[in-house]
Design a protein around this ligand. Structure first.
Ligand code: SF4
Length: 192
């Protein structure tokens, strides 16, 4: 295992928005100088918040399947950086998890990305990541995901792999037929 970057240790101690969180801060992120693929998701869910392992739920299982990565590969920081839009569980609202705290990404992302020079592929998962990293370019996630040919090889937008999105996945079969094979090819190439 590589030595943990100081900035990761600092982020894991963050309490910036503690008073607005439903549970004590438990920042979940991983990465190293060697990381090749960056996954920018939304924020940890309640299961991950309990176990302390990012993407430790059904969404994570599906994401690993999309990428064709084993658990061991997925949790290897020399392979993958996991840097969501907020590192702590935000609680739940009327329809699913609450939005990620807006202070988290501007505070930590620039410092983290600066020390990860080997990222070859960035996966933007969900609306919040899309709005930060491809602002004003797409009206909907679907439009961004459909545009994968233009965004690859550096970035690709993905729908959230949550079971809540099963209807979207059923409605948009092109995602499984076209986008996933392209994503897997690109992930393989980023790891070469
Ligand atoms: S969500 Fe981000 S900003 Fe808020 S306490 Fe956790 S690490 Fe800090």
């Amino acid at each position: 295992m590589p030595r943990t970057l100081k900035i990761i240790t600092d982020a894991r101690r963050c309490t910036l928005c503690a008073k607005d969180l439903p549970t004590p801060p438990r920042p979940l992120l991983q990465g190293s100088k060697q990381s090749r693929i960056l996954i920018i998701g939304q924020a940890p869910g309640s299961v991950a918040n309990q176990t302390g392992i990012p993407w430790d739920d059904k969404s994570g299982q599906r994401l690993r399947d999309w990428l064709k990565l084993t658990d061991q590969q997925f949790y290897d920081p020399t392979i993958l950086a996991l840097i969501p839009m907020a590192f702590c569980y935000p609680g739940t609202g009327k329809s699913g998890d609450s939005p990620p705290d807006p202070r988290c990404a501007p505070t930590w992302h620039p410092k983290l990305l600066k020390v990860m020079p080997n990222i070859k592929l960035t996966l933007l998962i969900g609306r919040y990541a899309l709005d930060r990293y491809l602002p004003n370019q797409y009206k909907t996630i679907t439009a961004a995901v459909q545009d994968h040919k233009k965004l690859l090889p550096n970035k690709i937008a993905l729908p959230h792999p949550s079971p809540r999105n099963n209807i979207w996945l059923k409605k948009n079969e092109w995602f499984t037929k076209q986008t996933l094979p392209a994503l897997r090819r690109q992930a393989k190439s980023a790891l070469r």
